[in-house]
Design a protein around this ligand. Structure first.
Ligand code: 13P
Length: 421
């Protein structure tokens, strides 16, 4: 074997003149340093050219502002919904959802029966005393009272602001642990424009979030946040105030601490996304869950504990620029939802938003039970609705006295697993 093939690189170099090698290495190093410095300088000079600087700034923070008049309109609508001592009546059950309720009172799920029930609600005398806005379902937007008055016209006369549910319900989030995603973004712009033309002034979109051993997953949280942000931005582009509804569900046996942390993480993600999408926060409302232990948790919490956990989570996650928060009831009894709202408003400390209600089940359970699908019960059923709207109106000011609103189904649970609207 040749001697040279057995030599290590070090040995091979031994043959070179050591001084020459040192000079060569110093020269190479100097060349490298000079060329790096020259490159950096060239880049710096290039990037500081005025035109380029604008573009590079735009890439991260530039956006086209919402038209000032539109900002004013959205802000005014949001503030009107938050009128003192008032809240939102949510009657946006899907045809499938209301079908179950009609079945319970022995009625068929027909368009006319759905209309009759909603007419009962909207014609309740003095409804506007504690109701500032109503969330409708698609077909309700086009329905009329028996005497031919469009529901929207009736609500406007009463000074109640009509709004519309625009999400198209949930579907499974593929390859997740039983998590969901919400549909309806594709044609949302067109639908919002059509609803606005019909007289709706706000919209709502609900994204349910499940607490489980490993959920909510980061994927589900990001999905929820992005969808709500896209929805909110599309609504505002069409002049509707978006009610943003991340609903951390009551389903599960988690304790209140877990519910609080999940709520905080979800809210933080939602508001990061809303900001990323340049949503005008003053022209939005939040519709969150209250922070409660899961339905199956053996350790129950008092209204005061629920109130403190809820206020803490909101303070950590919701910007003060948001004008108001209208809670969903999520399966609580009518009385629980009222008591908890009352305590939430009584907690001492920072409170940059109006805190009120946007209840579906917790305003209607007694109405359904009393009406029972019979015309002769209509007036009594309307009185039940008024009892709850009044109690919650007082609770939105922290002035409700526990037990003073005695309603037909006040203490009955409204919870059902995987509830669908
Ligand atoms: P619940 O008060 O029944 O939870 O309804 C909330 C909701 O999102 C309806 O719009």
């Amino acid at each position: 074997m040749e001697q040279s093939t057995l030599m290590s690189p070090g040995q091979a170099l031994m043959g070179m003149d050591a001084k020459d090698r040192l000079v060569e290495e110093i020269l190479l190093l100097a060349l490298f340093l000079v060329s790096t410095a020259a490159n950096s300088l060239a880049l710096l000079v290039f990037c500081r050219r005025p035109g380029l600087r604008t573009i590079s700034n735009r890439m991260t923070t530039y956006f086209s502002r919402l038209d000032v008049q539109l900002q004013e309109e959205l802000k005014k609508t949001a503030e009107a919904i938050l009128a003192s001592g008032k809240g939102i009546l949510a009657v946006d059950e899907t045809n499938e959802g209301i079908g179950k309720l009609l079945k319970n009172v022995g009625l068929e799920n027909t368009e006319n029966n759905r209309r009759r029930y909603r007419e009962l609600l909207f014609t309740t005398p003095d409804l506007a005393e504690h109701i500032s806005a109503v969330i409708l379902y698609d077909e309700t937007v086009y329905q009329k009272t028996d005497d031919g008055t469009p529901f929207i016209e009736l609500l406007n006369k009463l000074n109640i602001i009509p709004g519309i549910k625009v999400d198209k319900d949930v579907t499974a989030l593929f390859l997740s642990e039983d998590e969901m995603t919400t549909q309806g973004l594709d044609d949302l712009g067109k639908r919002c424009a059509a609803y606005k033309k019909q007289g709706c002034r706000f919209a709502k979109w609900r994204c349910p979030v499940k607490i489980g051993l490993n959920t909510p997953s980061v994927r589900a949280i990001n999905d929820t946040a992005t969808i709500l942000a896209r929805y909110a931005s599309i609504c505002q582009s069409e002049g509707l105030v978006p009610i943003v509804e991340p609903d951390v569900l009551l389903d599960g046996d988690h304790d209140i601490e877990r519910a609080q942390k999940v709520t905080e993480v979800v809210l933080a993600a939602v508001y990061k996304a809303l900001n990323d999408h340049h949503v005008f926060l003053e022209g939005t409302l939040l519709k969150p869950n209250m922070v409660t232990p899961g339905q199956g948790c053996t350790k129950k919490s008092t209204p005061k504990e629920i109130a403190i956990a809820t206020r803490t989570a909101l303070l950590r996650g919701v910007p003060a620029a948001v004008p108001g928060i209208a809670f969903l009831s999520g399966g609580q009894t009518e009385e629980e939802a009222t008591l908890n709202l009352n305590e939430i408003n009584k907690v001492q400390g920072k409170k940059p938003w109006i805190l009120t209600f946007s209840y579906g089940r917790a305003l209607q359970a007694s109405v359904w039970q009393t009406w029972a699908g019979k015309d002769e019960n209509l007036v009594k059923a309307q009185k039940e609705l008024l009892k709850r709207t009044k109690a919650n109106g007082l609770a939105s000011l922290g002035n409700y006295e526990a037990g003073t609103a005695i309603s037909a189904a006040g203490d009955e649970t409204n919870y059902s697993a995987n509830y669908k609207y």
